[in-house]
Design a protein around this ligand. Structure first.
Ligand code: ATP
Ligand code: MG
Ligand code: MG
Ligand code: MG
Length: 569
């Protein structure tokens, strides 16, 4: 590819609504363009990465014996009514009517359609096991679309569905997919962790999530460094025992708000105020002009300046505006600042944060100042908060008894799920066994967030210059940067030679023939995150050399012309 014939559009500054690094860098690198809330055009540079993700997914799915088809985006409501999901899904399901007034869903996944396909196609045990997949646009009307491709409303997912005759077969299919996912995320070159995502009801392996490890991740992962135990926070909490769980259960029973002092709250939670709790007060301006005050109790070792330093978009530091804004930014009710999303240092804090609504005026950020007089706010008995209070914390004993727990943050990029017969029973998808007896098909479903991978990969791989793509996902593997191609015949000739050799070697190469000055040219490719760069200059050529620099290298290395490509491969 020649840069002059491709589309490159980079920005110095990210738009102000881009809160996290991946969103900022993807916007700056011209990979995506916002059309509406959670809806993006994949620009040529971004689409190149998406296609690489898809290619790896496709290869490994095919290799694992899954079969590709393509199911419609627009799906008749009747199918969704059969399984009850038409009602159950609520506002996340986008519904449209056609000209005849018939209802349709824009697919958020495709269990119904694939089950419908299979119930009419599969008659006999001889035709299974089967695993169908597609890579298709999804729409979920997310309550808080944000972070660019990370939580879009329109996004691309690979979703697969397996069909087996019995539980054993289904678990085998599940294992095959689990292993395929492990290969896929390894090939992406990302640090990831598979965690149990259910409470162990189905033999402890009913569902796993695959997370890319990143401090900005929305999910807390609980794992034991000295054993195989790994679960998402919800699953870990479900099996947690001890004081915190008991406190959470006690709170769950508190259906009416009750006044209590921080000391009492701390006691209930088993928190030692003196050792582990810091308090912070935040002031919110309500729409009616009055102020509302929040107090946070922080469990764990947190620096208050971590919170001061963090920036919440749209809000002044340490000042939360209207109730509506709090709801908008945090998706939680005023008085509750529990699981705050990915907000840099706050995220870490939030994991351990208990928020109390206080009814007195306070000065913000005064450590150990607000221990008394706090009320349980009216929202304190909300299930979300109770869940937060039941947090498993670092240092707790691992449920397998093989060590203590550690916690890290992750971005959910894949999810495998043993569905059993829930869909096949409600939709009567059966097969005939050897004795001509009908039985419901055992299903599994398996998703990968294709477009979310881009954001997750960047959250894990960037520096102050821009994105650092793992080689397998980079839009281009190699960029050739000639110095003065229009002035020097030698440079021009050598560049063309190298470009053709790279193409022949099967390297995804881009030749920057835009005639830009070196500084601007290098800045672009560092921002875009191409892993290998070769600079072709007259001075070097006269000594028989080119300049090679890997994206993570701090300086360029002179390499003999003949060895330039070998150096890359
Ligand atoms: P989340 O917990 O982040 O809302 P989910 O559990 O609802 O995700 P699944 O139904 O398990 O998502 O879908 C499979 C995969 O699709 C997820 O693991 C994720 O990678 C991706 N995905 C889900 N929602 C979105 C979204 N709004 N934008 C981009 N990717 C998404
Ligand atoms: Mg979701
Ligand atoms: Mg999830
Ligand atoms: Mg999921």
């Amino acid at each position: 590819m020649r840069a002059s014939r491709f589309f490159i559009s980079t920005l110095k500054e990210a738009p102000s609504d881009a809160e996290i690094v991946s969103h900022q860098l993807m916007m700056r690198a011209g990979m995506i363009k916002r059309l509406g809330s959670g809806i993006y055009t994949y620009m040529p540079m971004g689409l190149k990465v998406i296609r690489k993700v898809e290619a790896i997914v496709r290869e490994e799915m095919n290799h694992a014996g899954a079969i590709e088809l393509l199911m419609p985006l627009v799906q008749p409501a009747e199918l969704w009514q059969e399984t009850g999901r038409w009602d159950k899904m609520g506002p996340e399901l986008l519904r449209v009517k056609d000209r005849h007034g018939r209802d349709f869903a824009i697919q958020p996944t495709s269990e119904e359609v694939i089950t419908d396909v299979v119930r009419s196609e599969i008659k006999s045990y001889r035709q299974i096991p089967l695993n169908f997949y597609h890579i298709q646009t999804k729409f979920r009307d997310e309550r808080r679309p944000r972070f660019g491709l990370m939580r879009g409303r329109e996004f691309t997912m690979k979703d697969a569905y397996s069909f087996d005759r019995d539980l054993e077969g289904m678990q085998k299919s599940y294992k095959i997919m689990f292993d395929a996912y492990t290969r896929i995320f390894t090939r992406f070159g990302l640090k990831f962790r598979a965690v149990a995502a259910d409470n162990g009801a189905i033999g402890g392996t009913g569902s796993h999530e695959f997370h890319v490890i990143a401090s900005t991740g929305e999910d807390a992962l609980v794992y034991c460094p000295t054993s195989d135990y790994a679960a998402n926070m919800e699953a870990a909490e479900a099996v947690a025992t001890g004081a915190r769980a008991a406190a959470g259960a006690a709170l769950a029973k508190t259906s009416t708000p009750k006044a209590s002092k921080c000391e009492d709250v701390a006691k209930l939670l088993g928190i030692d105020l003196k050792q582990t709790v810091k308090t912070i007060a935040l002031t919110a301006d309500k729409e009616d002009g009055s102020k509302q005050h929040f107090m946070l109790l922080l469990r764990g070792d947190h620096e208050l300046n971590e919170i001061k330093a963090s920036k919440v978009p749209g809000l002044a530091q340490n000042r939360f505006s209207t109730e509506a804004e709090i709801l908008e930014v945090y998706g939680c009710k005023p008085g509750y600042l529990g699981p705050i999303g990915a907000k840099g240092p706050v995220t870490v804090v939030a994991d351990r944060t208990v928020a109390l609504m206080s009814d007195f005026v306070t000065g913000a950020n005064e450590e150990d100042f607000h221990f008394t007089g706090a009320n349980w706010g009216r929202d304190m008995a909300e299930p979300a908060l109770v869940a937060d209070l039941r947090n498993v914390v670092e240092g707790d004993a691992s449920p397998d008894g093989k060590g203590v727990l550690a916690i890290e943050r992750g971005i959910e990029v894949g999810h495998v799920f043993q569905l059993g017969t829930a869909y096949s029973e409600s939709m009567q998808a059966t097969f005939l066994d050897e004795n001509q007896k009908p039985a419901p098909l055992q299903m599994g479903c398996y998703g990968i967030g294709i477009t979310r991978i881009l954001g997750a990969a960047i959250e894990q791989n960037f520096d102050d210059k821009g994105i650092i793509w793992p080689a397998s996902l980079a839009p281009f593997e190699l960029v050739l940067c000639p110095m003065g191609m229009d002035r020097s015949e030698l440079v021009k000739a050598e560049t063309e030679k190298l470009y053709n050799a790279a193409l022949e070697a099967g390297i995804d190469v881009i030749l920057d023939d835009r005639g830009q000055r070196p500084g601007a040219m290098f800045a672009d490719w560092e921002l875009i995150g191409v892993p290998h760069r070769v600079v072709i200059g007259e001075r070097g050529l006269k000594e028989g050399n080119l300049e090679y620099q890997g994206r993570r290298d701090t300086e360029a290395t002179a390499v003999p012309v003949a060895e330039a490509l070998a150096f890359i491969k």
